[in-house]
Design a protein around this ligand. Sequence first.
Ligand SMILES: *Cc1c(COP(=O)(O)O)cnc(C)c1O
Length: 386
Amino acid sequence: MSQDCTMRVPFYRHDLGPEELAAITEACSGAILTTGDWACRAEEAISGFTGLPHCVALDSCTAALHLALLALGVGPGDEVITTPMTFAATANAVVMVGARPIFADVSPLDGNIDPASVERAITPRTKALLPVHLYGVLCDMHALRDIADRHGLAIVEDAAHCIEGQRDGYGPGDLGDCVCFSFYATKNICTGEGGMLASNRKDLASRVRLLSCHGVDRTAYDRYCKDYVHWDMPVLGWKYNLDNIRASLVPSQVKRLRSNLALRESVATCYEQRLAGLEGVDFPRVPHGCTSARHMQTCWVAPQWRDKVLKGLQDGGVGVAVNYRAVHLLEYYRKVQGWKAGDFPVAEAIGAATLTLPLYPSLREEEQAHVLTTLAAVLDGLRAGG
Ligand SMILES: *Cc1c(COP(=O)(O)O)cnc(C)c1O
């Protein structure tokens, strides 16, 4: 991450401003610093934006994934089908509940999990599907819901990249049992660390809320702001609640989601036009019927050049990332879970070719031009044998 401090064009730039400063100052001046009224306001804001009635503020998307699986009763002996083209956290959440992540390969067009591969991966032990809306493009949730219904499976959506995306009239969480959002430092809403679970299912959200604070049936807010009532602990829970301090940063960012998406959309459109004209570069396509949340602009280069392109961009002052090398090839998933090269050829090919360029609302035209000229120059150099 240190690259970001010195880069001419940083990989990411948050846009927290006067509204967030005012909110966090108010939160810090209040009596309750942990989960309380600001966490409620954050939940209401996400509920209002997504139309999902039941939201639980949590301290990460990983926590939301973990608790969603626990609340659905997924545990040892169970399998959950997910994508290898994601951040490690997605599959890790399955391991955290004692179940086994089973990967299914992805589409070469957009990198999203392929429903036909999902269908082939189902066994009598399968309990849930865990799709990821990669880079902001919703998976084909009608196809996944149909598979889930035919096999009696739950769906937990990882929408860390996709609060704003739409597909054929539905949004994240509309067709799944619940959806998990991230407010990590580089996401479209950021609180440093933070996350939220949202759902149409009241039972599921209530269970997650209980599990998010030790399994204790009264919150600190209840204990201190109302008449003292003894609390009990009906089940064993975790410590995943979101505090008021970080929650205070959410509501005003929700108000900017649409306008920020419009800004990223124009940056992304320009990237796509320019990348289409660069020899030796391809990029994932937004399928017909989708409005991408435009969380990330990735592109694909020849695998033997990818690391050189990363270095060339960084040397040229451009912040970069890799989203992602296929999860099943990470050491833990190879050595402990037994996956190997060749298991998911499409995800492996994307993972070997992909790199991510800076994309955020405040990216200036001349900064984007610098990214593109640097990329073109690096590729020219490689073609010339440099
Ligand atoms: C960032 C991210 C996560 C984890 O989010 P945290 O809030 O950091 O736990 C999970 N899945 C995907 C696809 C992500 O990009």
